[in-house]
Design a protein around this ligand. Structure first.
Ligand code: ADP
Length: 244
């Protein structure tokens, strides 16, 4: 199988990325010289033991945390903080309780400097995409956990990012909802043609969703390893992405 690049958008390159935290006067090294290329349109899962630095790496990619050394390049440009080409989905969507679903999703676009006139229109489109058209005027307290996370996904997609960064997105959901949401995310990833980086402690989820899995070492003298899982995929992927 050969990877066909339909667009060069959303390519990520990590170069010699290092990060330590100072805790009680001691330095805790979390990431050491991480080098990685994430292809445009790829879904990369990051796994590793608790404390291995998964969330830290994702936060650096999001521009929410600064690395001590090294660079993150997106489409060959170094990032300097958060940017509209990236959207982040956390475990809890943290919706504003006094706004409706539609207003929450549109607000996500407005705070990012999106066109306010079209924000609601675009929000409606993505709310339908995640299957919540009938709940556009509902308030967050009327939603189940899975529905609230769907709103979080719609809010992220409304920005039309090239890259979706997800930190344990289904970690707070029950097993059945989680399975449905994984299938929905897989469909969205394929249809929206975004690059996805997914932090998860769930290996099954990583194998189901990802093209490659990055395994962070628990021992900081170890090196991150990537595992290709294209051939192990249990189902077909979009023909526009892969050819025989
Ligand atoms: P993972 O997501 O793999 O569980 P994290 O990236 O959350 O790992 O954390 C890696 C290590 O860095 C942990 O030991 C954690 O306690 C520490 N850490 C993370 N964020 C901070 C912070 N802001 N200040 C101090 N230590 C931190």
């Amino acid at each position: 199988m050969e990877y066909v690049q339909t667009s060069r958008k959303g390519e990520i390159a990590l170069r010699d990325l290092s990060k330590s935290f100072q805790i009680s006067g001691r330095s805790l090294r979390v990431l050491r010289n991480v080098n990685l290329d994430i292809r445009s349109g790829e879904c990369l899962a990051i796994v590793g033991a608790s404390g291995s630095g998964k969330t830290t790496l994702l936060r650096i990619l999001a521009g929410l945390e600064a690395a001590d050394a090294g660079t993150v390049l997106i489409d060959n440009e170094p990032i300097t903080g958060v940017g509209n080409e990236r959207a982040v989905i956390f475990q809890e969507p943290r919706l504003l309780p006094w706004l409706t679903v539609l207003e929450n999703v549109a607000f996500g676009l407005e705070v990012r400097g999106g066109d306010a006139r079209h924000a609601k229109e675009r929000a409606r489109h993505y709310i339908s995409l995640v299957g919540l058209a009938e709940f556009a005027d509902a308030y967050p307290k009327q939603l189940s956990g899975g529905m609230a996370q769907r709103v979080g996904i719609a809010r992220a997609l409304t920005v039309q990012p090239e890259i979706l960064l997800l930190d344990e997105p289904f970690g707070a959901l029950d097993a059945m909802t989680k399975l449905t949401m994984q299938e929905e995310l897989e469909r969205i990833w394929r249809d929206e043609n975004v690059t996805m980086v997914l932090v998860t402690h769930d290996l099954e989820e990583a194998i189901y969703l990802a093209d490659r899995v990055l395994v962070l070492p628990k021992n900081k003298d170890g090196h991150p390893k990537t595992i290709e899982i294209d051939l192990a995929r249990p189902r077909d992927r979009s023909e526009t992405r892969f050819v025989q």
